[in-house]
Design a protein around this ligand. Sequence first.
Ligand SMILES: [Zn+2]
Length: 420
Amino acid sequence: MLKSRMTRDDGRAPEEIRRRNLGALLRHVHLHGPLSRAALGTRTGLNRSTIMALTADLAAAGLVRESGLSSTGRAGRPSVVVRPESERVHVLAFDVAVDRLAAARVGLGGTIIDRRDAVRSRAGADLDVVVGVLAELGRELRHGTPPDSVCVGVGASYCGMIRPSDGMVRFGPDMGWVDQAFGAELGRRLGLDLPVLVGNEAHLGAMAEHQRGAGVGVRNLIYLHGDVGVGGGIIVDGELLDGDAGYGAELGHMMVNPYDGRPCGCGSRGCLEAEVGERALLDAADRPAGLIGREAVRAVVDAADHGDPAARDALRRIGDWLGIGVANLINLFNPGLVVFGGMLRDVYRGSAAQVRARIAENVLPVSRERVRLSVSTLGDDATLVGAAELAFAALLADPLAGARPGSSPAAAPPVTHPAG
Ligand SMILES: [Zn+2]
C-alpha cells in the first residue's frame, strides 16, 4: 500500500535513476530533518556533484531550501544544509477512530503544522456525517494556509478494512460500516481535485512507528493498535505486509479462545479483540455496561495502579489473553519489536507482567531471544502521522512531478483561500 509507485513509464533509464535519486534525497530530509549535502552523500552513496545537481533541482521545485553551512562535512569541510520546505509543501491528513475524528495539515518533514479534533458519536455516525465533519475541518485547515503553499496529497486513516485502490471501507465492525465509499466521498466533499488515499488505521500506525516512532531502524515489527477493538500492522523487512487485497494483518481477529470465548463484532467468537478490547476490560473490571470510551479504560488501569482488586484481576485476565496473542505472533513472525498503540498503550502499562509471562512460557526460546516490547512513541497521533505519510508517498516517489501542479495524478493545485 505504501510502496513506491512509478507515476510515469517513459522507459528511459537515466530519467528513472534520476527520479529515484531525487526521491531518496527528499525522503531523507523528510524523515530525518535538515541534513548537510555531505551527510546526504554518506546516506545515499551519491557523489558530491550529483548531490549538488539533484538538491538544486529539488530547491528549484520548491521542495527544499539550501542554506547555511554545516561544519560536519567530510574532512571538516563546511557543507550546505538541505531543509524540507515544511511551511510551503504540505498534505492534509485525516484520522477516523471509533470515538474521535482528527484532521491536520502536515508539512514536508512530518511536522503537524495545524490540527483540528472532533468527537465522533457511536450512535448514528454514518458516512455523510463523518465526511461532512472532516470536510469542514479540512476547510478550516486550508483557511490558515500561506498563499504560496501547495497541498501535494490527502491521506486518511480509518478504523476498518480498506480497499486501497479507492479507499472503500469494506468492513468496519465497530460502527457497522460495510462497503462505504469513504475515500471517494471525502475527496468529493473536500473539492481539492486530489485523490484521498485511505489506509487501515493499524497498517498506517505500523508504518508511522517504523518510520518515525518506536520502530525506527527496526526491519521487522508488529504493531497492535487498540481502539474499541484491536487492529494490527506487520512490517517485514521494512515493508508493510498487507496481503493479497490489502486486508492483511487483522490481528484482532486472530482466534485465541474459540470454545468459550466472548462474541466478537466480526460475528466470530474468541477473537483477540473480543478478549482484550475495551468491552472485555470494562466487563472484567465489573464496570457498568453504559460506561464506554478511552477514559473508562484508563480509569481501570489507574485503579489497578492504586490497588483496586477488581481492576487488578481484570488486567491480569486481559493481559493473559494479550500475551497469548503476542506469543503466537512472535512465534509466527520473529519480530524485533512489538509495539502497543492506541488504547493498548494503557492496557499494556497495566498488564506487562502477564504479557511477558506468556512470552516466557509460550514462545520458542530462540524466537524470544531478541524481541523487544514497547508502547507507541507517537502516542495517539500514530494513525494520523501514518495517514500523512500515505499522502506524501506519491511526492516522494516522483518529487518533481508531485510538486508541479497538474502534471501527475498526485499533483496538487496551489491551495486557494476562500474569499473573506
Ligand atoms: Zn473477530
